[in-house]
Design a protein around this ligand. Structure first.
Ligand code: ZN
Length: 382
């Protein structure tokens, strides 16, 4: 029922429009035009200003043609990661790729094009549906900022689908909570050749802390990583400062708190072990830690209304789908926590955030069919 050619052309067109995070305006204007051609109402919120971007979230409302049908929510993000400028998509054997020098940007333009195609099909085939509410979000890739600050009161839908994961053979129901840690380890500067005993090496303190830390896979639902580390000025100076950025994630908030506490304690303990007496005064290393909750977990039950709608849609299409727990966050994390029950459906995109990113077109089309069927089923559901 969907037009495969049309959606393929659409995704190629919008992939060619650069849209790094905070620079989504050009793609938003193109989508606004596409949506207005279908008679949908478009508006932008002020989240762009809030986060320093050039455009806000694009909010689209397509009026239903079946008044008693409940509204339904769809969401994909417009921004892409780097290197994502001047992308040249091409298709070989049913797989879309970039030329190998950039990402493809099917994350998440494939989701965007699926939504556009579903709306076009609804209109063209005059399929009965309730109001469709859409958020084309900004800045997903830099901390889900579009979804984080979106004014949820703008939407009446109770249920929806976010299109932002890998394969439509999986329906993501669970995503972890995530904390980001910024750690400053302070030492004491001294000449490394003349009087190293008068210094405290922040690098040594940080190394001791990290060496004792449990990171990587902590358990089946918890992970942790030290991602960035920098510090020191020159080889002949005992370094007085090391900056470290780290993260921890878990599907269980208590486990997350425990892991973060453990990571902090490793730094505090290492710092306590480094003291010197200099000119009769005691100096010690110190640690400052900022902890930021990036997002809360989502945990949509298998028996939830929206899960059952998508499951039923797949059954009608003879399509096998498995419920899935993801290790990454998505816009649905915020949306679920703020009152729209959303699952995250895959779009056929693979090897995201790499220059090998590719889109399997059969899965891309399949995902659109699932969304269309879900919207149809939702309109019977009142
Ligand atoms: Zn994405």
């Amino acid at each position: 029922m969907i037009s495969k050619d049309r959606m393929t052309q659409h995704v190629m067109d919008i992939i060619k429009i650069d849209s790094h995070s905070k620079r989504e305006k050009d793609v938003a204007l193109k989508l606004q035009k596409d949506m207005e051609e279908l008679g949908a109402e478009c508006s932008y919120d002020n989240v762009g200003e809030k986060v320093g971007g050039n455009v806000g979230n694009l909010i689209v409302k397509l009026k239903g043609n079946k008044s008693e049908a409940p509204p339904f929510f769809l969401c994909s993000h417009m921004d892409t990661v780097a290197p994502g400028e001047g992308i040249k998509p091409h298709i070989v054997d049913g797989v879309m790729r970039s030329d190998g020098t950039t990402i493809l940007g099917s994350d998440d333009k494939s989701g965007v094009s699926i939504i556009v195609e579903v709306l076009r099909t609804l209109k063209e085939k005059e399929i009965p549906h309730g109001d469709i509410e859409i958020a084309f979000t900004i800045c997903e890739e830099i901390g889900l900022l579009g979804a984080k600050y979106i004014d949820i009161e703008k939407f009446k839908s109770k249920y929806g689908i976010v299109l932002d994961s890998s394969t439509p053979k999986r329906l993501v129901l669970r995503c972890p909570s995530s904390d980001k840690l910024h750690i400053k380890v302070h030492g004491l500067e001294a000449h490394a050749g003349l009087c190293p005993e008068n210094g405290i090496s922040a690098v040594k303190v940080a190394s001791e802390a990290i060496a004792k830390m449990n990171i990587g896979r902590i358990d089946e639902e918890t992970t942790a990583n030290i991602g960035l580390i920098s510090g020191g000025v020159a080889t002949n100076i005992v370094p007085k400062l090391v900056n470290i950025d780290a993260e921890a994630r878990s599907h269980d908030k208590e486990k997350l708190d425990k892991q973060v506490e453990h990571m902090c304690n490793c730094f505090y303990e290492a710092s306590r072990n480094h003291k010197i007496i200099f000119n009769g005064e005691e100096y010690s290393s110190s640690v400052e830690i900022d902890i930021e909750r990036i997002y809360e977990n989502m945990d949509v039950p298998s028996y939830a209304h929206v899960t059952k709608l998508v499951d039923k849609a797949c059954e009608n299409l003879n399509h096998e789908i498995k419920h899935h727990t993801s290790g990454g966050g998505c816009d649905a994390n915020y949306l679920n926590n703020r009152g729209i029950e959303c699952v995250n459906l895959g779009t056929g995109m693979y090897e995201l955030h790499t220059v090998s990113e590719h889109l399997i077109l059969d899965e891309f089309y399949r995902s659109a069919e699932i969304v269309l069927e879900t919207v149809k089923l939702n309109s019977y559901n009142n």
